[in-house]
Ligand binder design. Sequence first.
Ligand code: SF4
Length: 370
Amino acid sequence: MPKALLTISAEELLRFRREMLSWFEHSRRDLDWRRTNDPYRIWLSEIMLQQTRVAAVVPYYRRFLARFPSLRSLARARLNSVLRNWAGLGYYSRARNLHRTAKQIIRDHGGRFPRNLAQALALPGVGQYTAAAVLSIAYGEPLAVLDGNVARVLVRLAAANGEIREPSLWKRLADAASGLLAGEAPGDWNQAMMELGATVCTPQAPCCEECPVAHWCRARALGIAGSLPAARRKPKTARVSLAATVLLDPDGRTLVLRDEDGGALFSRLWQFPAVAAGRSPRRALSEHLERSLGVPAATIETLASARHTVTFRDLRLLPFLVRVERLPVVPGARTPLLHELDRLPVSSATQKIAASALRAVQSSRGPRGA
Ligand code: SF4
């Protein structure tokens, strides 16, 4: 049996919880999802906040709720519409799962996010963290959350060594989180722990003078708070160059395909025809156009390149503009107006390519009235 990470007497634990909850009451940020008990809204915020900062989430959260104010309205919506309202937030599997899960909740749970942990965990895209967050905040279920912020706080409180995501340490952190949980106010408790990690016990420079639980912190006592947790070994970032074609007909229409294979790069959204670029991206592209789309690429214009980073991939986008008399007929493709491309769900990589093409088209027309 591994040794407990935190040992704290019952009496001290009561003080610890009191200090944390009182600090949270006075210091909490006023965020939209903290003004509701609606499990749908809390669930949505938790999904949006995965891998995304609070400030970036707020406008998307508001816009999404204006369009889908209830779980029922989300379940009824078309996937394209959901993805369009997610566009820009990235990690589109979150939006797909959200939509699929909303339908499942309507079908299997009478339209209400299930309160039972096993049922919540059986939903697509709902893991231990999300289930504990929604159930504790919306329903007051005594389940402790453990995310990166909470883990950092716990590691410092215990002055624990090791990489946070290493499974045996993560398990001990989960046990420690459950041991600290204030059962009478689990939602507030979880939010207090996450808030402390996000605003005081921050990764680079923890503000220990402002910390309500500094008295119990071993890392602070040892003067090693700033060097914990141990740095994570990151996988190397892979460099990928991609040549993408913006085909353009005289009406300003372009051609986009649904990216089913290159999922992670364009998130299985609509994208311009693209091919991995070797040493000669122009040639690779022209061969691809002729072979796959039957487009003789005599007039390829080079557009400004752009950088785009997705998880552990540094993507160099090399866009080209190809003006054609008629767009090729490709099964399953769409031919929107280039300047209205954002009506379809597209990734920010595709948005960058479209913006580059639009700038080139506008500058080739010259100034107004010229
Ligand atoms: Fe984090 Fe400092 Fe508080 Fe310890 S005292 S939990 S290191 S902010």
